[in-house]
Design a protein around this ligand. Structure first.
Ligand code: ZN
Length: 434
């Protein structure tokens, strides 16, 4: 019997370190890609070479699964870049480009897409587009995404959370129910998935708008942002919103920074949902979130930038316990790291380095670096509901990856921001080559 001929791959990547982040943590030397999927991983995949196979020679460089930023406002990023909201000297007063026309929206998304590609980002979650909002957060941005996805113009895969109130502002149960019933544009979910909703439970501690059991400098405690007649009614309404979203088959991302907000939504959230930010989350809440499978996405660079403001508002004792990154990692909570760009840079290398600094890691620490990078890859895919087909580099998974000039496991975390992202590939197609 003649042996079965292997169909030649469209792309072979070889000659370097391939951090697959599969369940065993396999480190390989090469892999082969056909039709946008990985068809072989190993030290030698030359059996998959054919006359038409494109070969990407790593020459000792390192491949990482594509970065998945689970909280990145791409349209807003495109309107602001190269300026971020939080600069070196606190909140910047830079005025962003207006985003009002279809052309503005398209330009902002194209710019953000190029920026993401240059950073190795192959997936992200756009957290909050909806009818109550305008500009970078308007529902028309979702229409633009659908048009780009349909035309094959997206360089990264996009998950959208719809928003039925104001960004960083109030929402009502009636608007929420109405919004949830509104149709969403048709799209290929591999590129544009609208599978969740965003709810703002509260604001942020520096604005005294996080709902907390602690006391701000002016004696207040913040409150839930959702409409209601007092704390109990608001709590009932946000719980009802979460229930409605679940009934509609949607996952839920709740912006919650205060311990009281987190406590309120914790019992209503379920596996597949996540808390966004979690500044004042307690170790006990993390334990209960882990037990329920409720995820958390947090932003180390924002934590680093906001700590002094937290001291001013809530005192050094509370600030010292805020953003408990070690407990977040060790609790078993499905944890992702994200940028919240353009609040700060979308550069994941900066955030991973910031996380390592918060954890006191100085020299190379492969185990810790692996955990932090998994927060941007495998855990991120678990959060956006795609872990069955992306997030790691194993046979059958999407060929979404980036090539780095150095192996992040072998360097001090502080050096990571200086490691070049040389190539980015989404679905087997090169979307950035530096
Ligand atoms: Zn955000």
């Amino acid at each position: 019997m003649p042996s079965q001929r292997i169909r030649p791959a469209s792309l072979v990547v070889r000659g370097g370190t391939v951090l697959t982040f599969d369940t065993l943590g396999t480190i390989a030397r090469a892999f082969a890609v056909t039709d946008g999927r990985i068809v072989a991983v190993g030290d030698d995949v030359s059996a998959h070479l054919g006359p038409g196979t494109r070969v990407l020679e790593l020459a000792g460089r390192t491949v990482l699964p594509g970065i998945n930023d689970t909280h990145l406002h791409a349209a807003w990023l495109g309107a602001r870049w190269p300026h971020t909201l939080l600069g070196e000297a606190g909140f910047s007063d830079h005025v962003e480009k207006p985003v009002t026309t279809a052309a503005d929206r398209g330009a902002a998304l194209v710019l953000a897409g190029e920026l993401c590609a240059s950073l190795g980002i192959t997936s992200y979650t756009e957290p909050g587009l909806g009818p109550g909002e305008t500009g970078c957060f308007a529902p028309e941005v979702l229409d633009e995404y659908a048009a780009m996805a349909g035309a094959g113009k997206l360089k990264a895969r996009v998950t959208v959370l719809r928003l039925f109130g104001l960004l960083d502002g109030p929402s009502s149960l009636a608007d929420f129910a109405r919004g949830l019933a509104a149709p969403v544009p048709e799209s290929d979910p591999a590129w544009l998935a609208v599978r969740g909703v965003k709810i703002f439970a509260d604001g942020i501690p520096p604005m005294r708008s996080a709902w907390t059991g602690h006391c701000y400098a002016d004696g207040t405690h913040g409150h839930l942002l959702v409409d209601g007649d007092g704390d109990e009614d608001r709590a009932r309404n946000i719980t009802a919103m979460i229930g409605l979203a679940h009934e509609a088959g949607m996952s839920v991302g709740v912006h919650a920074t205060g311990d009281r907000s987190i406590e309120t939504v914790l019992g209503a959230l379920r596996r597949g949902d996540h808390v966004v930010h979690g500044d004042l989350v307690t170790p006990d809440q993390l334990t209960r979130m882990a037990a329920r499978g409720v995820g958390l996405t947090t932003q180390p660079a924002i934590a680093a930038a906001m700590r002094e403001l937290m001291v001013a508002e809530l005192g050094a004792g509370v600030a010292a316990k805020a953003w408990p990154l070690r407990a977040m990692l060790d609790s078993g909570v499905p944890l992702t790291l994200s940028s919240d760009a353009p609040v700060v840079t979308p550069d994941w290398r900066v955030h991973v380095a910031a996380a390592a600094r918060l954890l006191g890691a100085e020299g190379p620490d492969p185990a810790l670096m692996t955990r932090l990078l998994r927060c941007y890859t495998t855990a991120a895919a678990a959060q956006d509901g795609t872990a069955s087909w992306k997030g790691s580099l194993s046979v059958g998974k999407a060929a979404d990856f980036c090539v780095l000039a150095a192996n992040p496991l072998e360097i001090a975390p502080a050096e990571l921001p200086g490691v070049a992202v040389e190539t980015t590939v989404t679905a087997g197609q090169i979307v950035h080559s530096g």
